[in-house]
Design a protein around this ligand. Structure first.
Ligand code: PXG
Length: 481
């Protein structure tokens, strides 16, 4: 007798065909997508015309689309899949937690085991001033939490008007109302408006603004813009300064080494809270568990998300330093803030397993000692390409600037007109040749999964070079170079 559970042969064959040959009705999926799915940060008319790419599977550093193309994911999904795709131990942890307790809230005197364990683990992994964690569902919610928290902190200390938060132009801190106001993206401010009590200063972008200065001199000058703004607003009105240690969405803007220590000195001088938004930079991205360690700063709050679960399920939060936690917990009363999914047991179970992988496989050490330096050397090698005017990297983020004419002094390179959209042209060549590399203006950026080996770095650099050549040929044909 055959076992009762045997599925009919046709059904088995169909599912095998799907799994192995990946046969999908891409045209139908595209039509449905165009008709019903509103994508984030997307021009829908343009997307519908072009047709969306349907991602169906991931394994390690690779993705496959519905047409069977294999793609090297140089962006870790969206700066988050640090341990790579296809980790069954994370899916198993999620499955087990869903079977045991799929949800319970953390309001009303209750907690759950994964949330307690994750808070304790994050405290263990983070710099010593952190002993408390506030969980959210995303990085945006975490930055909203920061706004609420720093204002509450100063209120509790009796400084009622001390509500201004200083951020930077071209920063990205999320897309909720507070997140987009905190960020410094013009396109977002135009549509979402800004918020009272949020001010912006210039970003430490050496390529753009460092003309006539050494990198180290420029770092001090750019940090000085914070002091100028504090004095303009009034030191007794400024609650906090927020910044990404390395700006991600803004184009992998790596500040000079002098920048962050000077920012810390200025915050200390005026007693201002320092918030490090490590949504991208945390969990090994720069070769340290938290980038603050690398930058030599001691923030009061750290925003995290993305890499905490490697994006397998959504989770974010704030590491709350002792200075703030003490006031909130001892002087506090109710902090009237929180989300249904704060400390979601399934998300926390995914994070626990993800962090176990990062720790046991020594991925942070690997990026710091081996693959990060290897990537730095190989990526810098691209600067011999006729289109590449400037390259830099830190750990597992890197960027290069496409220029019309190179110069020995990076500030003397001739740039393309922004309206020519050369970065997007280059991104198109990457995409159609199985390589995901982002464009921010004419800066091309990567943030690969932390598991990437030296051999895979070689493969990625070869792909990037091939696509730079294709871009150059394309631009020559247009008569632009
Ligand atoms: N802070 C930083 C530094 C981020 O990079 C957020 C906060 C918000 O996180 P959530 O989870 O709410 O998205 C982010 C997110 C891009 C891009 O184009 C980057 C992000 C999000 C969307 C697009 O590079 N980063």
């Amino acid at each position: 007798m055959p076992p009762q559970s045997l599925a009919p042969a046709a059904a088995v064959l169909a599912s095998v065909k799907n799994a192995v040959n990946e046969v999908y009705d891409t045209a139908a999926l595209r039509r449905q997508d165009a008709a019903h799915y509103m994508h984030p940060f997307t021009d829908h008319a343009a997307l519908a015309e072009k047709g969306v790419r349907v991602m169906v599977r991931g394994d390690g550093i690779y993705l496959w689309d519905s047409e069977g193309n294999k793609i090297l994911d140089g962006m870790s999904g969206l700066w988050c899949v640090n341990v790579g795709y296809g980790r069954t131990s994370i899916s198993n942890a999620v499955y087990r937690q869903m079977e045991t307790l799929p949800f319970y809230n953390s309001f009303f005197n209750t907690t759950n085991i994964p949330a307690v364990q994750l808070a304790s683990l994050l405290v263990e992994l983070s710099p010593p001033q952190f002993n408390h964690v506030f969980f959210t569902g995303s990085g945006s919610e975490a930055n909203d939490t920061n706004v609420r928290m720093v204002r509450r902190y100063w209120d509790l200390l009796g400084y009622k008007g001390r509500h201004t938060i200083i951020s930077r132009y071209n920063a990205y801190h999320g897309s909720t109302v507070a997140g987009s106001a905190l960020g410094g993206m013009e396109g977002m401010h135009e549509q979402a408006g800004t918020m009272p009590g949020i001010e912006h200063i210039g970003q430490p972008n050496y390529f753009e603004s460092g003309m006539g200065l050494s990198e180290n001199e420029f770092g001090i000058v750019a940090a000085g813009w914070l002091e100028k703004k504090i004095l303009e607003v009034g030191p007794d009105k400024v609650a906090a300064f927020i910044g990404e240690p390395v700006q991600g969405a803004g184009g992998v803007i790596i500040p000079p080494v002098t920048y962050w220590p000077e920012i810390q000195r200025i915050c200390d001088k005026y007693g201002i809270l320092l918030i490090a938004d490590e949504v991208i930079c945390g969990f090994g991205r720069l070769g340290t568990w938290f980038a603050s360690e690398l930058m030599g700063i001691k923030p009061d709050l750290i925003t995290f998300a993305k890499g905490v679960t490697s994006g397998y399920v959504p989770l974010g939060g704030v590491l709350v330093g002792d200075r703030v936690a003490k006031v909130l917990t001892e002087k506090g009363g109710d902090f009237n803030h929180g989300f249904t999914y704060s400390g979601h047991p399934v998300a926390c179970a995914a994070a626990l397993e993800n962090l176990r992988i990062i720790r046991d496989e020594k991925l942070v050490e690997q990026v710091a000692m081996k693959t990060g330096p290897y990537l730095k050397a190989k990526f810098a090698g691209l600067s011999d390409h006729p289109l590449v005017g400037f390259t830099n990297s830190s750990g597992f983020v890197a960027g290069l600037n496409l220029v019309r004419k190179k110069a020995a002094n990076v500030h003397e390179c001739e740039l393309f007109e922004p309206s020519q959209g050369v970065g997007m042209i280059c991104r198109g060549h990457m995409f159609s040749n199985g390589m995901i590399m982002r464009a921010v203006g004419d800066r091309m950026i990567i943030a690969p999964p932390l598991i990437m080996s030296c051999e895979q770095i070689d493969e990625m650099i070869a792909k990037i070079r091939f696509c730079l050549d294709a871009t150059l040929a394309d631009l020559r044909q247009r008569g632009w170079v």
